[in-house]
Design a protein around this ligand. Structure first.
Ligand code: PMP
Length: 386
C-alpha cells in the first residue's frame, strides 16, 4: 500500500496548503448564472465572454448538422476523419483572422502542445514570457528545445536573452492576452525582435479572439500586425463558445504543421457537428459589436465601482479582471465568502499563478447585467474590510 499511502499524504499536503481543487457540477446551460446542487449562483468564472456557449443560433446549427454528419468523425484528420465542414471552418478562420491558412485542432491545449515541437526541437531555443499558459510550457518542454523564460512583458529582457543565444532556430512564445492577468503582450515590439533575430513568433490569442480587434478578429488584428513568422493560435471554447482551436499563418507554415504537429495527427478528429456550430458562432462574433460593447460596459462598471486598498485590481481592459490578494488562504476565504453570498469567483492559486500572487479571477461576459457586476464590486469592497 505504500504507493497509495504516499499519494494520500500528498493529497493531505494539498489540503494543508489550501491547494486542493474541487469541481462544481452545473445543472443549467452556460450563462451568467449557474445552478449547483439546486442553488442558483451568479457566475464570474466562465470564458464565454460573448455569451455564445448556449446561443440558440449556434445550438441550431449543431442540431441540424447532426442529421447530416452523425456524431463522431470516425478517425483522425489524415485518415478519414476530415470533413468538408472542417475545410469550410479552416477557410473561414483564415479569412477572419487575415491569415493565409488555418489548421483546426481539437483543443487549445492540443494545438500548443503540437505546434511548438513541430516548429522547433533539440538544440534550438524558445524564449517565453514568464506567465505563458501551461499548455505552451508543456509544448515547449516536449520540443526538447532550450527554454528561456523572460520577465513578464519585459521586452528589454527578451532582447538580452536573444542576443546571448547562439541557437540557429529561435521561437518567441507569448500569450496575446494573459489568461490569469488580463493584460496584453507588447506584440509589435515582440515582432520587431523576432525580425531582428530571425525568430518565429507564436502568439496564443485564446482570450483576445472574438473580443479584441475589428469584428473580434483578435489582438494581432487590433495591433495591425502581419508576418509570415507569426503563428497565431486561437481557441474556440472561450469567446466562440464551443470548443477546439486553430493555428493560422503563412500557407507553407500551416502545411508544415499539418504534416508534423503530432497532436493533430495522432488523435480522432473532433466531431464535424462542432465545426458547423463554430461556423455559426464565427458569424455571430463577426456581427457581434453589440456583444463586445456590452462586455466593455461590464468591464467599465466593475473597474469603476471597486474601491480597494489592500488588494489590487490588476490593470486590464479585457474580460479578465483579476483581483490580486496574495495569500492562498485569504484568496480561498474570500472566494468562499462570495459563494456564501451567492456569487462564484474562482480563487486562482499556485501553480496556476506564481507563489504569493493568489487572486480572484473575475471574468466578465456580455451575458452579465450591470447590476450583477455592481453586486460583485459591492461584495468585494465589503469583504476587503474584514
Ligand atoms: N491558451 C491559453 C492562453 C488558455 O488560457 C487556454 C485555456 N485556459 C488554452 C490555451 C487551452 O485552450 P483549450 O481550453 O481549448 O484547451
Amino acid at each position: 500500500m505504500s504507493l497509495l499511502d504516499d499519494l494520500r499524504g500528498q493529497l493531505s499536503a494539498l489540503d494543508a496548503q489550501h491547494l486542493r481543487r474541487v469541481r462544481r457540477a452545473n445543472q443549467i446551460p452556460c450563462d451568467a448564472k449557474m445552478r449547483v446542487d439546486g442553488r442558483e449562483l451568479l457566475s464570474f468564472c466562465s470564458n464565454d465572454y460573448l455569451g455564445l456557449a448556449a446561443d440558440p443560433t449556434v445550438a441550431k446549427a449543431l442540431i441540424e448538422s447532426v442529421v447530416r454528419y452523425g456524431v463522431g468523425a470516425g478517425a483522425s484528420h489524415l485518415v478519414s476523419g476530415h470533413y468538408d465542414v472542417h475545410e469550410r471552418l479552416e477557410a473561414r478562420l483564415a479569412a477572419f483572422t487575415g491569415c493565409e491558412r488555418a489548421l483546426y485542432f481539437t483543443t487549445g491545449y492540443m494545438a500548443n502542445v503540437g505546434v511548438i515541437p513541430a516548429l522547433i526541437g533539440r538544440g534550438d531555443a524558445i524564449f517565453a514570457d514568464r506567465l505563458i499558459h501551461a499548455s505552451l510550457v508543456d509544448g515547449a518542454l516536449l520540443s526538447r528545445a532550450n527554454l528561456v523564460r523572460y520577465a513578464h512583458n519585459d521586452v528589454a529582457a527578451l532582447a538580452r536573452a536573444l542576443e546571448e543565444s547562439s541557437a540557429s532556430n529561435k521561437l518567441i512564445v507569448t500569450d496575446a492576452v494573459f489568461s490569469m492577468d488580463g493584460d496584453i503582450a507588447p506584440l509589435a515590439e515582440l515582432l520587431a525582435l523576432a525580425e531582428q533575430h530571425d525568430a518565429w513568433l507564436l502568439v496564443d490569442d485564446a482570450h483576445g479572439f472574438g473580443v479584441l480587434g475589428p469584428q473580434g478578429r483578435g489582438t494581432l488584428a487590433e495591433a495591425g500586425l502581419d508576418s509570415w513568422r507569426i503563428v497565431l493560435i486561437g481557441t474556440l471554447g472561450k469567446a466562440a463558445g464551443v470548443s477546439g482551436a486553430f493555428a493560422a499563418g503563412h500557407a507553407d507554415v500551416i502545411e508544415w504543421l499539418l504534416q508534423k504537429a503530432r497532436t493533430g495527427i495522432f488523435t480522432t478528429a473532433s466531431p464535424p457537428i462542432l465545426a458547423e456550430a463554430l461556423l455559426a458562432s464565427i458569424d455571430l462574433i463577426e456581427r457581434g459589436d453589440f456583444r463586445r460593447e456590452r462586455l466593455h460596459t461590464m468591464v467599465d462598471n466593475f473597474r469603476g465601482s471597486l474601491k480597494l486598498r489592500r488588494w489590487q485590481l490588476l490593470p486590464s481592459r479585457t474580460a479578465i479582471q483579476p483581483v490580486l490578494i496574495g495569500d492562498n488562504a485569504e484568496a480561498l476565504r474570500v472566494s468562499d465568502a462570495l459563494r456564501d453570498a451567492g456569487v462564484l469567483v474562482p480563487a486562482i492559486r499556485p501553480p496556476t499563478v506564481p507563489p504569493g500572487t493568489a487572486r480572484l479571477r473575475v471574468s466578465l461576459s456580455a451575458r452579465h447585467e450591470v447590476e450583477d457586476v455592481l453586486r460583485l464590486a459591492d461584495l468585494l469592497n465589503a469583504l476587503e474590510e474584514f
